[in-house]
Every structure is written in C-alpha cells, then in structure tokens.
Design a binder for this molecule. Structure first.
Ligand code: ATP
Length: 315
C-alpha cells in the first residue's frame, strides 16, 4: 500500500514538474526573456538587410557582419563587443544599429535588452555628472545581470562628458567579472560624427581621382579617422583611454552619401510609406538636398536625413 502511494506521489510530482516546465515554455513564448527563442543572431538576415536597405556603405556593411558573426558565434568571448560607428549626419549609423538589433533580438529595438542613450538628452547637465555616472553604471550593471546578451547603444558619443565615458570603461575591458557580473557577452555600440571630416576627405580624393567608391578600403580610412578622433578637443573620446587601451574592437566608417544614394533613400522611404514608387519625385527630393563641398557638390550635407519629412511635402 505504502509503495503504491509513494509511486503515486512520485508520478504526481513528475506530472507537476512537466506541467510547470511546459507552463514556463508557454510563458516565455509570449514574454520576452533572455533565452535563444528571443535572442539569436541571424547572420543571413543581417546580410540581406544590409544589402537591400543600406545604400553606399560597403565598408560598414562588411565590418558589422564580420564583427557580429565572430562575436555571436563565440561561446566564450574574452571581452564584450565594442563597435564605434563614425560618420557624417544622416549616413546610416542609427539605421545600422537598428538592423543589428533586429537581427539579434526578436523584438528588435523594442526589446527590453536593447538600451539606447543619447548624450544630450539623457546627460544634459555637466554639473550633474556624478549622479549620471552612478546611474549609468547601475543601469548597465543591472541590465547585464538580468541578461548577459544586452546591447547598449550610445548616440552622440562625441558630445558625452569624458567622465561619463570613463565610468563605463571597466565594462568594456577584459575582466572576467566585476562584482559577480560578467560583461563579456554584451554589445556596446558607440555612434558619433567624430572622424566624419577625415572620412569625407578620403572619399573626395577617390572621387576626384575618378576611382570607384567601392575601391575604398577600411585601411584607407582608419588612420585618418583615428587621428581626427584623437586630436579633436571637442570630442569626448579625446579625454579618455577607450582608444588608448584598445577597448574598441572595430571602427566602422560611414561614407558621405551622394545624389544617387539619396535618390535610393527617397524610393525606399516611399516603399516604407506604402506610396507608389515615383522616380521623378525621388529625383526632385534628391535634387533639393544641399551638397558639399562648395565647388564639387558631391556629398549630401544631411545624408538621407529629412528625406521622410521632405516626401510629405512633395506628396
Ligand atoms: N546609407 C543609408 N542607406 C539607407 N538609408 C539611410 C542611409 N543613411 C540614412 N538612411 C535613412 O535616413 C534615416 C536617418 O539616418 P540615421 O539616423 O541612421 O543617420 P545617422 O548617421 O545616425 O545620423 P546622426 O549622426 O545625425 O545621428 C534612417 O532612418 C534611414 O531611413
């Protein structure tokens, strides 16, 4: 009798465990959690997105795919992935961050594991730097302890207070863990306009020499770009040892966009807004943008920014 009741109890416990496990699976199917169902890198998806949606950025596309593939496939990275995206306004830095998030997190930028900071909006007052430092450190620590695969995007990095950049430095380093939290699976993406002038100079030289833009390689830009970032006294980077200490894994240059790219942006935006594709309107929009330098007028000063609002006007 006793044996029967024991086996019934064991059976019930097993059934309950099974029920709880499947309940948990159903729960996590609908509620985002730090598991593979919600976070997994889709390399092909990223490649396709970059090929189809990102215009004129052959180097950035290549570097981003390479960096993420290596990092996401490594079960035991030695440090978090740190990408620094540089270039003129409107050339696609935020856009690429979104494409990255979309191909790692099922909820993309809406994911609770993707965190975006904008220097001027989130940390506007230099006098409150100590409060910001403490808040930022706690925010990063808290979120990484919930999910190691968290992604942090820092926009306007060049406007960020040097002290604030310094305060996140330990998270980017090769530490096994800090106070019991390991940051090695996390991704940090820094966006800035620093380096934009140097990048433009190199692209202009290629253009003047009649060379194909696609011939430009990362090495053609890297040196000029890092010199500008280093020497720019207004840039937050200048004060810090992020670059000094090799904490940035990849510099990702964004090239200034030309008329043909702006045109493609206009067509893409029409598609996004479910409008009929109108080549003439795309030409008009592209023609109305301002191009620099003064004599050559090759590069759109605002890149593809403001295209969406311009379309409203032409409709
Ligand atoms: N290279 C590009 N290819 C396709 N679309 C682009 C590209 N660059 C910009 N766009 C479009 O323009 C919009 C604005 O660009 P985005 O915000 O990515 O620029 P940014 O480089 O981050 O600029 P900023 O330095 O001012 O923040 C994007 O949402 C996208 O729709």
């Amino acid at each position: 009798m006793e044996a029967i009741s024991t086996s019934i109890a064991v059976g019930m416990a097993a059934a309950l465990t099974g029920f709880l496990a499947s309940y948990q699976n159903v729960f996590y199917y609908f509620h985002e959690c730090c598991r593979n169902e919600w976070i997994s890198f889709n390399k092909t998806g990223l490649q396709v997105d970059l090929e189809r949606k990102l215009f004129g950025q052959h180097i950035a596309s290549r570097v981003v795919v390479k960096a993420l593939t290596g990092f996401m496939n490594n079960k035991n990275p030695k440090k978090p992935l740190v990408l620094s995206l540089h270039g003129w306004t409107g050339t696609g830095k935020n856009f690429v961050s979104q494409l990255m998030a979309n191909n790692i997190f099922r909820r993309g930028m809406e994911s609770g594991f993707v965190h975006q900071f904008v220097a001027t909006a989130h940390f506007p007052h230099a006098s409150q730097i100590n409060t910001y430092k403490a808040q930022l450190q706690e925010w990063v620590r808290g979120n990484v302890s919930i999910c190691g695969r968290s992604m942090f995007i820092f926009d306007e990095m060049d406007k960020m207070h040097p002290g604030l950049i310094d305060s996140i430095k330990p998270f980017l380093d090769y530490y096994d863990n800090l106070d019991g939290v390991s940051y090695r699976q996390a991704t940090f993406v820094f966006l800035s306009n620093a380096g934009g002038e140097s990048i433009t100079r190199v692209v202009l030289d290629f253009w003047k020499a009649g060379r194909d833009r696609e011939e430009i390689q990362l090495k053609d830009l890297e040196r000029a770009m890092s010199l500008e970032v280093f020497n720019n006294k207004n840039s937050g980077f200048w004060h810090t040892s992020l670059i000094d200490k090799n904490l940035i894994d990849f510099f990702v240059p964004f090239l200034p966009l030309e008329y043909r790219h702006v045109r493609m942006c206009a067509l893409a935006e029409m598609e996004a807004q479910k409008m009929n594709l109108d080549e003439d309107m795309a030409n008009e929009v592209a023609k109305d943008m301002i191009y620099s330098p003064k004599e050559e007028r090759v590069f759109s000063v605002k890149g593809c920014k403001t295209i969406a609002s311009k379309l409203e006007y032409y409709r």
